[in-house]
Design a protein around this ligand. Sequence first.
Ligand SMILES: Cc1ncc(COP(=O)(O)O)c(C=O)c1O
Length: 465
Amino acid sequence: MSNTPRITSEEDQILLDKESRYCSFGDTVHYIEPPRIFSRCEGSYVYDTNDQAYLDLQMWYSAVNFGYANPRLNNALKQQIDTLPQIASQYLHKGKIELSEMIAVDAKKKFGMDGRVHFNVGGSQSIEDSLKVVRNASNGKSLMFAFEGGYHGRTLGASSITSSYRYRRRYGHFGERAQFIPFPYHFRGPKGMSKEEYGSYCVKQFARLFETEYNGVWDPKVGQCEYAAFYVEPIQGTGGYVIPPMNFYSELKQVLDQHGILMVVDEIQMGFYRTGKLWSIEHFDVKPDVLVFGKALTNGLNPLGGIWAREELINPGIFPPGSTHSTFASNPLGTAVGLEMFKMTSEVDYGAMVMAKGKYFLAGLEDLKKRYKIVGDVDGLGLALRMEICGEDGFTPDKAKLDEMVEEGMKGDIEIDGRRLGLILDVGGYYKNVITLAPSLEISYPEIDLAIALLDRLLHRVTQK
Ligand SMILES: Cc1ncc(COP(=O)(O)O)c(C=O)c1O
């Protein structure tokens, strides 16, 4: 382990003292002590107040897919500031209309369905809107299915369909919590089944709920389910970048369609080419009823999120003016960046680029898995990659070891090719032992090599005590 002392400058210490006095800690987890304070960012790097560079492999939980301070997207924002930076959401502006068109036309092409787009501020708020659309369209049915390990945000409605009780514990219930269904997490599933067999097994277990009225959710006499929708993250994000088998969602959707249950696809973390497609559900040959997005729509420059829903669920007859509202929804700064992001990604084959970089990155992770027993599992789809840190048996989750790696990375003292660097890692997974890797989609091949070399150093440090 490195013994580099953590130096906090006088200026940083003054700020930290003020933070402890004036800032709520409700939204702050100091993963390391003392916490770093950052002053600038560019490409795949963030820089602390000492101008120490850290290679970022989590990119603001996948909000900054196109690199920090992406010049083209930053310029779109600057231009909008100089033209129409503000306008009340009751008035129209070109950006809102054109961005909605862009998303709806693309969805029609991919899913063969007409639909409409509704914007809001951030992921959780867009999840709230999706809950309103779903509940409204199913005559007020308020019960939802969601997955164990799923994460849909921290507003009250979103927390109720997010699996962790920890996020609800302090607040009581403001509505019914979802019924959580097991996700095909193959690495930790029962032994002796292939990934695909396990996917089918999970669907069959879910389908059991509809066998008779006594399984608790289905009235066969009227052919109605008590539940309105099933919320899914195609690849679980906070749950540890768990990639289900490719047959899973089409088999699940059949069961949902047979029982009149909508599928709401949460693309907030995996959307916008993270997995090599605009929407990660495109890998699975399934047509969603509602799709929710956020984060990288604006490359993290503006908290714009939203939903696309099938015409039948969201047309003005069923979801009329005034059904919901937020002052900052469809704000022109956000829609301008979103539009530019769509233009930018239509000019280059982002899908092919991300898949190729992802394959290269995953090969590096696989090599580390061969060399370190504590790397239990690695996997990836596009540039959504995972590395599971375990005990020497390569299976027992070892959160403490991963925490050490995160801490070592944040020291910013790894010497590579004459450069001193830090490494920013995100922790996820059911046992909080998974490095969930979401590098910039613009990351270069030499930077991927560097990322693997830095991970190698961290693994070396924490295994050589
Ligand atoms: C899959 C998923 N859904 C919803 C959310 C909530 O989005 P926000 O944090 O913007 O409210 C997140 C955030 O991490 C997410 O990953």
